[in-house]
Design a protein around this ligand. Structure first.
Ligand code: SF4
Ligand code: SF4
Length: 252
């Protein structure tokens, strides 16, 4: 009997939301557990199996010297490595510290800053080791996660479209909140995957899936200003969960 592929799930600096998306698969997770060996997933079980692993899912960004070394060990132990979520793919909301002096935060937030060991910047996993695929979202979509796992088990590329949230609005039949109501929306530059949830409830997208491939941030910025946003408001709307990725996209 051939052995089942081993899957590992790793946590770095993050809120655990993307790991919860995997646990949230419920029925599908039971089917998956029949097909693979979930060998390392501390969020689900303290029982662990030693590597190497066929597929590692990595949540979270690198923010400490210890984690900068640990991700290299994870990479060495993994045949394929997929990063999941805004923290792992773009540094996460904690990357807001990259635009300030980290020592200022440390001294304000912690009663004993001497115990804190942190890097100047929060960086995505791809800044440290080669990554086989990046799955975007804050949190990720469980439907897309299952597609990624299935694709890697069958040795094919995941079928994840790199189009914008606007395309999902059109498929869902949403009325465009920006055109119809003048509501600022990052949908035109944001990676598809959520099914256009926010516009479906009459609010603008705030970019939690990060930038799509080739985002036209220049044109969207002009439109946001037409809708009355000033420079500071535009900066703020791009600086959330995927701040480093959107700032890179804005620089072109
Ligand atoms: S509501 Fe937003 S995401 Fe939907 S079509 Fe309009 S601009 Fe695009
Ligand atoms: S519409 Fe935008 S902000 Fe809302 S869930 Fe989708 S990607 Fe995230």
């Amino acid at each position: 009997m051939s052995r089942k592929p081993k899957i590992a799930v790793w946590k770095f600096a993050s809120c655990d939301g993307c790991q919860l998306s995997l646990l949230d698969c419920e029925d599908e997770l039971l089917t998956l557990a029949g097909e693979v060996e979930i060998a390392y997933f501390l969020e689900a079980s303290r029982a662990t199996v030693r590597g190497p692993y066929d597929l590692s899912l990595v949540e979270g960004s690198v923010t400490t010297p210890h984690d900068a070394e640990r991700i290299k060990q994870v990479r060495r132990a993994s045949r394929r490595l997929v990063t999941i979520g805004a923290c792992a793919t773009a540094g996460g909301v904690q990357a807001l510290k990259n635009f300030a002096d980290v020592e200022d935060f440390v001294s304000i937030v912690y009663a004993s800053p001497d115990y804190i060991s942190t890097l100047e910047a929060s960086t995505p996993i791809s800044a440290h080791v080669p990554v086989d695929f990046e799955l975007h979202g804050c949190p990720i979509s469980k439907r897309q996660l299952l597609e990624v796992i299935t694709a890697f088990l069958h040795g094919r590329r995941p079928g994840i479209p790199s189009t914008s949230v606007c395309m999902e609005c059109k498929r869902r039949g949403n009325v465009c909140v920006m055109v119809a109501h003048g509501t600022p929306c990052l949908g035109p530059v944001t990676h598809a995957g959520c099914g256009a949830i926010c516009p479906a409830y009459n609010r603008g997208c705030y970019g939690c899936f990060g930038p799509m491939e080739t985002p036209n941030t220049v044109s969207l910025t002009k439109q946001l200003k037409v809708l009355g946003m000033g420079d500071r408001a535009v900066d703020r709307v791009f600086r959330t969960f995927n701040v480093t990725a959107f700032e890179e996209a804005r620089r072109g």
